[in-house]
Design a protein around this ligand. Structure first.
Ligand SMILES: NC(=O)c1ccc[n+]([C@@H]2O[C@H](COP(=O)([O-])OP(=O)(O)OC[C@H]3O[C@@H](n4cnc5c(N)ncnc54)[C@H](OP(=O)(O)O)[C@@H]3O)[C@@H](O)[C@H]2O)c1
Length: 144
């Protein structure tokens, strides 16, 4: 992301944390620090951020004013959602289903490494709710 984005300069930039790999461009740090934001450097694994290390870091001091972050909503595409599920880092999974057909479209998830239905990732609890004509699935991977 360019450090010139509004994301790094708007009214809430001081509460914005950019999460980057350890080798990231120092321009992020300078830009964010100039508006009071934070840059968190996280180790990388196989060319991606180490998600477990990231969650540990956020749980330690990743919240506002350096407090522990207790809840994280990830608005993910298929790559990140699959990576989080494969590493069992998801407590709650929300999915909207719209009454529309688009053919193959963009997959919600990529390969989870599951070949038998018996090995499917299941939910301890789940609900279905209709919201303005769409269906919202809320699945809880562990008992609430
Ligand atoms: N709510 C939604 O429906 C929703 C949300 C987001 C995106 N989308 C759609 O999904 C499609 C793909 O979007 P996207 O590429 O932004 O989303 P994505 O596939 O979730 O990827 C987002 C970022 O996650 C990181 N990532 C991927 N695999 C990872 C792994 N194994 N470990 C750690 N980080 C990983 C990648 O960063 P690095 O490569 O730098 O590691 C990537 O830039 C687009 O068409 C988008 O519109 C839909």
């Amino acid at each position: 992301l360019s450090p010139h984005l509004k994301l790094f300069a708007d009214d809430v930039a001081q509460h914005t944390a950019a999460i980057v790999g350890e080798q990231a461009d120092p321009a992020y740090a300078r830009r964010l620090e100039s508006v009071g934001g934070r840059l968190l450097r996280i180790p990388e694994v196989d060319g991606h951020l180490d998600l477990k290390a990231l969650l540990h870091r956020l749980g330690r001091d990743g919240g506002r004013d350096g407090l522990p972050m207790q809840s994280l909503l990830v608005e993910a595409g298929p790559g990140l959602a699959t990576a989080l599920l494969r590493q069992d880092l998801v407590d709650r999974f929300f999915l909207f289903v719209a009454p529309k057909l688009v053919g193959e479209g963009i997959p919600v998830l990529r390969d989870l490494g599951i070949t038998r239905m018996a090995d499917a990732q299941a939910f301890a609890e789940h609900t279905w709710e209709t919201i303005e004509g769409d269906l919202l699935f809320r699945g809880y991977r562990r008992p609430v």
